[in-house]
Design a protein around this ligand. Structure first.
Ligand SMILES: *Cc1c(COP(=O)(O)O)cnc(C)c1O
Length: 387
């Protein structure tokens, strides 16, 4: 079955809903048992994985969302967590222990980096940040205690691509696990598990939920053993997504296969227009032919998200701020993946261990929503007259 069909038909939940198309919201803390013996045996065997045992383990809504995403990604199981960030921290916590060493791409989401430098460090886990362009040379960074390689492509804010198959081949050779933050492409445009990654992570907050009203995380494991390890860790931590958020994420997922291609097409139009504008130094978007990550993107990805970076010639922060404030359709905000266009300004340099990022004192990030691309270009054109 093709992905767009799956996203419509999977995860409709148990047939208890009197024919409603969408599984209703099951709100629960307590799950009552019919008798004392069933109560005493409520966690027996595999029940924590197969039954709704207590609200903190997720209700039918988490299960329906998890089943849908697991099947979509081609994984053994999906763990639904309370945020995209906790999808990452639960994965790192589940797969690492004291004195382990983890390799993390230097271009990772900033809060992933922060977690490594604070919590993991405190727990005796050492992080080495590696150049996202490292490819198979990552082998030289592997130590005796290396347990995991963490990837993200394109990188948060700076949009560097990674050679995922080259890195997972090295990991396989050394018996290391790999996990990848795949929030940008979603499995519609890049399937990590098909490229040798063991654990695929998405901030469901972004394109999956798609309406800027949910915080949720999704962790899909290639094997059942890994799935259980991560699920157990999330349970022990008490990390859970509420049923209403699971409902909204699954409802968002139903329309992803029309939202994303449309947003992607508009993003190409807007990015191409911007790359020809005299005020623009560079558009950081791997689908553009002159982007440094273009060849890798073209080889491995089947489409693109609608989020890209924008570097301006002007170093005059006040003028650029004035231009941004002038925008009518692009609202100022972070997070992304919703139906609306957004612009964010980030002060540079971003923190880097390997190669300093000193392109400009600031870098803009644009998210292209479902508005008409011509209107968005017109909006940008009038604002850029400020510069
Ligand atoms: C937003 C984001 C996250 C975190 O998701 P939240 O749900 O906001 O916690 C993680 N990774 C990437 C790449 C993101 O863009």
């Amino acid at each position: 079955m093709k992905a767009d069909t799956k996203l419509i038909h999977l995860g409709r939940g148990p047939k208890v809903a009197e024919g409603t198309v969408n599984l209703p919201v099951y709100r629960a803390s307590t799950i009552v048992s019919p008798d004392v013996d069933s109560y005493l045996g409520r966690f027996d065997g595999d029940k924590v994985y197969t039954h709704v045992t207590y609200g903190a383990g997720g209700t039918h809504n988490a299960r329906a969302l998890a089943e849908t995403v697991a099947d979509w990604e081609g994984g053994a199981g999906t763990v639904v967590t309370g945020s995209g960030l906790s999808a990452i921290t639960v994965t790192l916590g589940a797969l690492l222990g004291a004195v382990d060493h983890v390799l993390v791409t230097d271009s990772a989401y900033g809060t992933t980096r922060n977690f490594c430098q604070t919590v993991l460090k405190r727990y005796g886990i050492e992080t080495t940040f590696y150049d996202p362009a490292i490819g198979s040379d990552i082998e030289s960074l592997i130590k005796k205690n290396t347990a995991l390689i963490f990837l993200e492509a394109p990188g948060s804010l700076t949009f560097e691509m990674q050679d995922v198959p080259a890195i997972t081949a090295v990991a396989a050779k050394h018996d290391l696990l790999t996990a990848m933050d795949n929030t940008w492409a979603t499995p519609l445009y890049f399937n990590p598990l098909n490229h040798g990654v063991d654990v695929s992570i998405q901030a469901g907050t972004k394109y999956v939920a798609g309406h800027s009203d949910v915080i949720i995380g999704l962790v899909t494991a290639a094997s059942d053993a890994l799935y259980r390890r991560i699920r157990d860790h999330a349970r022990i931590l008490g990390d859970v997504a509420g049923p209403d958020d699971c409902y909204l994420a699954l409802r968002g997922l139903r329309t992803l296969s029309v939202r994303l291609p449309r947003q992607s097409e508009s993003a190409h139009k807007v990015a191409t227009w911007l790359s020809g504008h005299p005020a623009v130094a560079r558009v950081l978007f791997p689908p553009l032919p002159d982007d440094p990550g273009h060849a890798l993107w073209k080889r491995d990805f089947s489409g693109s998200a609608s989020l890209f970076g924008l570097s301006m010639h002007s170093k005059d922060e006040e003028r650029v701020k004035r231009a941004i404030n002038q925008l009518k359709l692009f609202q100022i905000g972070s997070s992304w993946g919703g139906f609306e266009s957004l612009v964010a300004m980030n002060r540079m340099p971003v923190e880097r261990a390997v190669r300093p990022w000193a392109e400009n004192p600031f870098l803009l990030r644009l998210h292209v929503g479902l508005e008409n691309a011509d209107d968005l270009i017109e909006d940008l054109a009038q604002a850029l007259r400020e510069i």
